[in-house]
Design a binder for this molecule. Structure first.
Ligand SMILES: [Zn+2]
Length: 345
C-alpha cells in the first residue's frame, strides 16, 4: 500500500518538528524527508517504520487516507490567523485534523442519533445575524433566558467539542465542518470560561451562516453570539443602570463576561457609546480587562467521553483496542482521552 504524504506532514507537525529535526532523528537528509512529504519518493516499509517511530505514532497512521483540511478552506474559520506565526498555525492545524479524524474513527462504528442539527441559514434570507440566532434557538427549542450549558446544546446537535490549551491566546476557537462529517470545535482553554462560551457561540454562528467566507463574517458571528447567549428580549430590561457592580452581578447569571454584558448594554441602546467607554476605562483601571472578577465554571464536553464509555462497556474494547482504532500508542491514548486512567484496568 502507498503511504499518504499529507499524513507524514501532519504527523510531523503535530509533534512540532521541522523536516530537519525529523531527518536527524531518522538518520536521513532533510531533502529526503521533503521528497517523501511531496510524494516524490517511494517509501519502504522499513523507512515508514523508522519515520513513524521517530514521530511516536503507529506506522499505519502514515497510510491513512483520511482527508486533511487546512486553513483558508471555507470550512476552517478562526480569528486573527494572520497574526499568528506560521509554526503555531501548523501545530494547531495538525492538532485539529488529528482530533477530528480520531473523533470520526471513534464514532463511525456507532449509530449516533442527535436531537438536533446545525442548520444552514443565510443573512440574505433572514435579514440579520440576530434573526438567525433567534431562529436557531427556536429550532433547538431552547428555553427563554440564559444558555446554561452551551457545550451541551452543541453536542446535542452532533458537534464534537475539544478543549486544549494552545501556546498563544491569539486564537480563541476553531471550527471545521467537512462534508459528511460532524461539526468539530476546538476551544483554547487559555481563555476564561465565559470568553470560551462566547467564542463557541461565535464559531456556531460561522457554521450556520458562512458556507463560504464573507467580508463581514467576523462581525456577523459576534452579533450572532451576542443574541444567542443574551437575547435582546430577555436581557434588555436587566441591563438598565449598567455599571461594574451590575455587570458583576449579571455575569454568573448569563455566564458571559462583564465586558460582553457592557457591550450588550451599548449595542441594545441601554447606555451610550460614551458611557460604555467610561465603563471600559473603569474596568481597565481595576486591572479587570484581562482578568475579570467573578469566575464561572467551565463547561465540560461529554460526547467523546460517552462514546469511549460505550466502546468499553458495550463493545468490551480495552484502552489498547481504542488506541489502535485512532492511531495512537496506548500511553498517549490514556493521557489524551482517559487521563485519570479509570478504564485502564
Ligand atoms: Zn470568526
Amino acid at each position: 500500500m502507498q503511504y499518504n504524504p499529507a499524513m507524514v506532514t501532519l504527523a510531523r507537525e503535530s509533534r512540532e518538528m521541522t523536516m530537519g529535526e525529523l531527518a536527524a532523528k531518522v538518520g536521513v537528509t532533510p531533502s529526503l524527508i521533503s521528497k517523501i512529504e511531496q510524494g516524490n519518493r517511494e517509501m519502504s516499509e522499513e523507512r515508514a517504520k523508522s519515520i513513524a517511530s521517530a514521530l511516536s505514532y503507529p506506522t499505519e497512521v502514515l497510510f491513512w487516507r483520511d482527508p486533511v483540511y487546512g486553513f483558508g478552506s471555507s470550512s476552517f474559520y478562526h480569528r486573527k490567523q494572520q497574526s499568528l506565526p506560521q509554526k503555531a498555525l501548523k501545530e494547531i492545524q495538525a492538532f485539529v485534523n488529528f482530533h477530528r479524524i480520531r473523533a470520526k474513527r471513534l464514532s463511525s462504528a456507532l449509530d449516533l442519533d442527535f436531537a438536533f442539527t446545525i442548520p444552514s441559514l443565510s443573512v440574505d434570507d433572514y435579514g440579520s445575524p440576530e434573526e438567525i440566532a433567534r431562529a436557531v434557538r427556536a429550532a433547538w427549542r431552547m428555553p427563554i433566558g440564559p444558555v446554561q450549558n452551551l457545550t451541551d446544546w452543541i453536542e446535542a446537535a452532533g458537534g464534537f467539542v475539544v478543549q486544549r490549551e494552545f501556546s498563544s491566546a491569539k486564537i480563541n476557537a476553531i471550527s471545521v465542518w467537512p462534508p459528511g462529517e460532524n461539526p468539530f470545535f476546538v476551544l483554547n482553554t487559555l481563555l476564561p470560561p465565559c470568553n470560551l462560551r462566547f467564542s463557541l457561540a461565535h464559531e456556531l454562528g460561522h457554521l450556520v451562516m458562512h458556507d463560504v467566507p464573507e467580508p463581514e463574517q467576523e462581525a456577523e458571528a459576534d452579533r450572532f453570539a451576542a443574541e444567542f447567549l443574551m437575547p435582546a428580549a430577555d436581557i434588555k430590561s436587566q441591563l438598565r443602570g449598567m455599571d461594574l457592580t451590575l455587570a458583576a452581578r449579571l455575569k454568573p447569571l448569563w455566564r458571559t463576561s462583564m465586558g460582553a454584558l457592557m457591550r450588550r448594554a451599548r449595542d441594545l441602546g441601554v447606555i451610550t457609546d460614551r458611557q460604555h467607554t467610561s465603563l471600559r476605562v473603569q474596568l481597565s483601571q481595576k486591572g479587570w480587562t484581562k482578568d475579570e472578577p467573578v469566575q464561572i465554571s467551565q463547561e465540560n464536553p461529554q460526547l467523546i467521553p460517552e462514546i469511549i464509555d460505550v466502546h468499553h462497556s458495550e463493545h468490551g474494547y480495552t484502552a489498547s483496542d481504542l488506541a489502535d482504532m485512532v492511531g495512537l500508542y496506548t500511553r498517549e491514548w490514556l493521557d489524551l482521552y482517559e487521563p485519570r486512567g479509570l478504564r485502564a484496568i
